[in-house]
Ligand binder design. Structure first.
Ligand code: URA
Length: 427
């Protein structure tokens, strides 16, 4: 086969800041997927994009080319509106767990194709695998049947969705080319558009526990993704949310499932409830239900009923006790005062070191490992009062987790400035 372009020319073009044509981008992604463009060439090209950026048209072409590299799902025959949510990831972010059944309790289908965690951010599938018997892998037929019968599905994305993204993401991950807005936006949106959802709400996080440390960059990422979704006919909106402190009071797989069940029982920490309810409102508004009251569905058990059916439909036992780490260590307040700081990133790293996360794709995770927080910034604490408890399967993991937490929290005399959790909405 005669190739239409030369990879080296396209790398040089991006290196020198030239805008690539639709045909050039389409060829590059296709030739990379076929294995004609080598990994080192695609890595060099990704780094040139990271340094020089892409125009809106180029980002759209890249997204469409990655969608075209695989299959597209369709929920057109379902007879229900579909809406999905994507979070760019954070520490203690378990929102998908209560959110999917909550939104489905309004008769909407929620096809939530999720991933596993890497590094300090957890993955939804890892969390749900803490539930005894629960299966992440569903055939497309089983997924459709569950969407019809239960309304909510959280499962693994099949290998056929945007395979070019899977290959490119693995290269970016090992070559320092993750943090590029055009690449992140096209990566996330190619999978979401290929998945076939009719509407999408994005939770774009900023702050030290997030991909995007900076609010303005997070806003640009959100805007870029909302434009991509809208251009592709998916009703897309975004919330910008603060990820400078851990979300809720738990970090780690089984611990986060436990907290999600508390939210579904009408309780749970205020920040988790607020974000769950606001994302549910945005999702329900996107499918024409602007007056739905998600807080009521948490309070009266409707969302919990869907959770139990959703877990059972995938082989899980919603009543089984959740695994716990064999070893625990509780850190107490050295003095009385107000908890002034609690930094998301070191708490995420500590949970990872305890075994809740993985360093490489193929590593296993511990279901019981993680951190339980007993106080949040602004809470009054007395000397000797527990601040947080570390959980692990092996005692040897605890000292390195404690190292990560050096300087991660502080007690002062005055409460910190209250910070809004949701700082902006786009789309
Ligand atoms: N998540 C993705 O799926 N892709 C990225 O590039 C970053 C986060």
């Amino acid at each position: 086969m005669t190739e239409a372009f030369d990879a080296v020319d396209l790398i040089r073009a991006k290196r020198d800041g030239r805008e690539l044509s639709t045909a050039e981008i389409g060829w590059l992604v296709d030739a990379f997927t076929r294995g004609y463009v080598a990994d080192e060439q695609m890595s060099a090209w990704a780094m040139a994009v990271l340094l020089n950026g892409m125009t809106r048209r180029e980002i759209r072409d890249l997204t469409l080319a990655m969608i075209a590299s695989g299959e597209r799902m369709s929920f057109a025959d379902l007879g229900k509106a579909t809406v999905d949510k994507h979070s760019t990831g954070g520490v203690g972010d378990k929102i998908t767990l209560p959110l999917a059944p909550l939104v489905a309790s309004f008769g909407v289908a929620v096809p939530q194709l999720s991933g596993r965690g890497l590094g300090h951010t957890g993955g939804t599938l890892d969390k749900l695998e803490a539930v005894r018997g629960w299966q992440a892998y569903l055939s497309p037929e089983a997924m459709l049947a569950q969407l019809r019968d239960v309304g909510a599905v959280i499962c693994a994305a099949g290998p056929g969705l945007a395979p070019a993204d899977k290959k490119l993401y693995a290269l970016r991950d090992t070559t320092g080319a993750v943090e590029a807005i055009p690449l992140i936006a096209s990566s996330i949106m190619s999978k979401k558009i290929a998945e076939g959802t009719g509407a999408l709400v994005l939770d774009v996080k900023f702050g030290e526990g997030a991909f995007m440390k900076d609010l303005d960059l997070a806003r640009e990422l959100a805007r870029t993704m909302v434009d991509l979704g809208t251009d592709a006919g998916v009703a897309t909106s975004a919330l910008l949310t603060d990820m400078s402190v851990p979300l809720g009071l738990t970090i780690g797989n089984a611990l986060e499932v436990r907290e999600s069940v508390e939210v579904l029982s009408g309780g749970g920490p205020d920040d988790v409830v607020e974000l769950t309810v606001e994302l549910a409102r945005a999702m329900l508004a996107a499918v024409g239900l602007p007056d739905a009251d998600p807080a009521a569905a948490l309070a009266d058990g409707r969302a919990m009923d869907v959770w139990r059916r959703m877990i059972a439909a995938q082989g899980g036992d919603p009543d089984a006790p959740l695994p716990t780490g064999r070893e625990t260590e509780t850190v107490t307040a050295p003095t009385s005062g107000v908890l002034a700081e609690q930094h998301a990133l070191p708490f995420g790293i500590a949970a990872w070191r305890l075994g809740a996360g993985r360093a490489r794709q193929q590593d296993p995770v511990s279901a019981g490992a993680g951190i339980e927080l007993h106080a949040k910034p602004g809470d009054r604490v007395e000397a000797g009062q527990p601040l947080f408890t570390l959980h692990a399967d092996e005692a040897a993991r605890i000292p390195r987790a404690l190292d990560a937490l050096n300087g991660a929290w502080s007690i002062g005399d005055t409460p910190p400035e209250p910070r809004p959790l949701i700082v902006d909405r786009i789309g």
